[in-house]
Each structure stands twice: as C-alpha cells, then as structure tokens.
Write a protein that binds this ligand. Structure first.
Ligand SMILES: Cc1ncc(COP(=O)(O)O)c(C=O)c1O
Length: 394
C-alpha cells in the first residue's frame, strides 16, 4: 500500500534552510529560519534554563506522566506572564492546556474552536506565518484573509484591515499575532488593538492570539499590552503561547493554549475540549521543557536572570535593526528606516522573488522568496556582506 505514496515537496522554509546547509559556498549566509542567534551565530541556551536543568536532573525522581493539563508551576507561570496579575485575579476564569510548542497550542485551540463553531471561518492576516494554514486547516476550519501588510508603505494597512474584518461573522474567529508579526515585523498600535476590540464586541467574533515572541519585540510587558487590552475588554479570548523563542526551548516543544473565559464554568468547559483534543492527538504533553520553564518562571533568582538575558536578546535585535536600516539606507537610494521601527526577528526587505532567488545564486545569501529575513541571524561578521549583497541586487 505505501508504495503508492509519492514524495512530498519539502516545507518551503525548512527546505531553504536545508538548501543553504548543502550549499558549498564558504561565504553563504542563512537568514531564513526563525531561531534567535547570538553574535557568534549560535542559538544559545539561556543561563537560567541551564541552571533549572541542572536542578531538575538532581531532583527529578520520576518520569511518570505529568497531569494531562500539564505542570501546575508552568501553567500558573504562563497565565501570569501572558495576562499579568491584575487580569489573572484568583485565576479561576483562566484555564490552560500545556502543549508541544506553540504549534501544539494552535492545534489544540483550533480543535476547541471547531467544537464550538464547526462552520467557523478563521480570518488570517495577509501575509501570515504559512504554517497557520495546515495547522488550523487540518481540523477542518476554513479561512479568509484580511489585509495587513502594505509593501508600499512598509506598514500595516489598518484601514483596509478594518474594512475586511467588517465581514467577520459572530461565529468566526480572527487570528491576530500578539507581537512581532511573522513574517513582516509590523505590529498593531494599542489604539488599533482597541478598535479591533470594539469590532469584536460589536460583531461577536472570537479572537485567537498567536503569541510566539513575547519579550522579543519591546519587552515582556510591552509586547502583550494589546493582548491584555483585548482580554479585559472582551472577557473571552484564546491565546496560543510558545516558549520556543523567549525561553529558547525550541526542541523541547513547550507551549500552552490559554483559555480566558467569562466565568469559571466556561473556562472549565473550554479546557475540557482542549484536553479531549490532546488525548485524541498525542495523549500527554512532553514534560522536560515545561518543567524547566515552570522553574524559571516561579523561582525569583532564575526568573530575574532570565529576564535580564531576554532583555539583552531583545536589545540586540533592536540594535541590529537600527544598524541594518542605517547601512541599507546609506548604501542604496532607498529609505529602509521601516526596519528600525518593526519588531522581533522578521522583516521583509522589499525585494522581488527574482532578486531574492538571485542573491542565493550570486552571493550565497539565503532569505525567503518573499524577502523575509531573520534579523537575529545578522552579526558583526556578516552585516556588511548582507548590506553589500542587497545593495547590488537593487
Ligand atoms: C508566528 C508563529 N507562531 C507559532 C510558532 C510556533 O512555534 P513552536 O511550535 O516552535 O513553539 C512560530 C514559530 O516559529 C511562529 O513563528
């Protein structure tokens, strides 16, 4: 039976990273994949996570399953990290399901949404992270797109976004990026979040927030101002959060689906559907990453060490953005100041597909066909080479 299967095309992003690895060009530069890299080109383990890991190895006495919803210290830590003390209150209106990464959280959230509204259309930004579509679509949800990034202004076309979302119905879902929009880096202002909250209240659609980069844009609190505003105004919200980037736990698959409910009963009901979906798909959550994150979030010493490290990561990306924007503007006759104003790891350079492909062949410079680059993959060694290559393509 299996011989009937043909080989699928590789994932577009992972396929490009593999092509870069296979490229014999000694001067190649990979700006494709979404992982944070330090000045030496390594995706580092946070010191706080290393310490938590040493503690865990010494103290761990069992590998028995975690509770089905996940590790309590991790779940409580994530609720507060995302919503803040004030919105958490006594915590009974917020439930959570620990998941394998942010992708697992998006999948569990999709299962819950499909159970609540089987005919729901999920409104996604144009563009969005391409994995949203197979992840959420495999549950049977349909999609519509709303305008988001305007390549001419290099910013959010909010007027058009609002116009498009006027068609979202009460049983639809609007997916928003909490911060550090992937792929464009252009985020909503607090005022724009507030307008969207008004629309959600008036039209009755449900908001799902993909939060994969908290702390990587402007800071741990700053990056969730819009999300918190939305939660307090709507009283009901789902968040798919990831600890891959902000705790560097990528391979440990550490995420959480958070259900912010109007009351204890609705939060419990939503969680029960999430747990049912998890049981059907993979049964029990992976433990290691969540146990580490739970320690880092709840131990004051580890927590402040992690926060300092994350501030450094965030500050470094802000500085790389400033350097890249200044250098590109100086080397070309174009204004690249938008790069300095965007947030997180990604920005579009504004090149055509041909230019992006050409740079791979001529300079071994790898970016996505859309010209999305990972700013965090820049460093003192490759910055000028990237600038010169991009300038030559322009
Ligand atoms: C926008 C967005 N959402 C969610 C994720 C989920 O990441 P993970 O499943 O690795 O935690 C990512 C990872 O790149 C992302 O960019």
């Amino acid at each position: 039976m299996l011989e009937q299967l043909s080989v699928l095309a590789p994932d577009p992003i992972l396929g490009l990273a593999a092509a870069c690895r296979a490229d014999p060009n000694p001067h190649k530069i990979d700006l494709t994949v979404g992982i944070y890299m330090d000045e030496t080109g390594i995706c580092p383990v946070f010191e706080a996570v290393k310490k938590a890991q040493r503690q865990l190895i010494d103290e761990e006495v069992t590998k028995a399953y975690l509770p089905a919803a996940g590790d309590p210290a991790y779940l409580n830590g994530m609720k507060t990290l995302v919503f803040g003390d004030e919105l958490v209150g006594d915590g009974t209106h917020i439930t959570a399901v620990q998941t394998p990464g942010g992708c697992g959280a998006l999948r569990i959230a999709s299962e819950v949404l499909a159970a609540a509204s089987p005919d729901a259309t999920v409104w996604i930004s144009n563009p969005t992270w391409p994995v949203h579509i197979p992840l959420m679509g495999s549950v049977g949800l349909k999609f519509a797109t709303y305008s988001y990034y305007d390549p001419r202004s290099h910013g959010v076309d909010f007027e058009q976004m609002v116009n498009d979302l006027k068609s979202a119905k009460s049983d639809d879902v609007v997916l928003l990026h909490g911060c550090c929009h992937n792929p464009c880096g252009a985020d909503l202002t607090l005022e724009q979040w507030s307008i969207l909250a008004d629309m959600a209240l008036e039209q009755g659609f449900t908001v799902l927030i993909d939060l994969a980069y908290q702390g990587m844009g402007s800071g741990l609190v700053e990056d969730v101002q819009g999300l918190r505003l939305m939660a307090s105004r709507l009283g009901e919200l789902i968040v798919a959060a990831s600890c891959s980037k902000n705790l560097g736990l990528y391979r440990e698959r550490t995420g959480v689906a958070l259900f912010f409910g109007r009351d204890t009963q609705s939060a419990a009901a939503t969680q029960s559907h999430g747990l049912g979906a998890a049981r059907r798909v993979y049964s029990m959550p992976p433990a290691h990453g969540a146990l580490l994150a739970g320690r880092v979030l709840s131990d004051p010493e580890l927590r402040s060490s992690w926060e300092r490290e994350l501030e450094h990561v965030c500050g470094r990306m802000i500085s790389l953005r400033r350097q890249l924007s200044e250098k590109l503007s100086a080397k070309t006759d174009q204004d690249f100041s938008f790069i300095a104003g965007e947030k997180g790891m990604f920005s579009f350079l504004g090149l055509s597909v041909e230019q992006a492909k050409g740079l791979r062949q001529t300079h071994g410079l790898y970016m996505l066909d859309s010209s999305r680059i990972n700013v965090a993959a820049l460093n003192a060694d490759n910055m000028d080479k990237v600038v010169a290559a991009v300038a030559s393509a322009l």
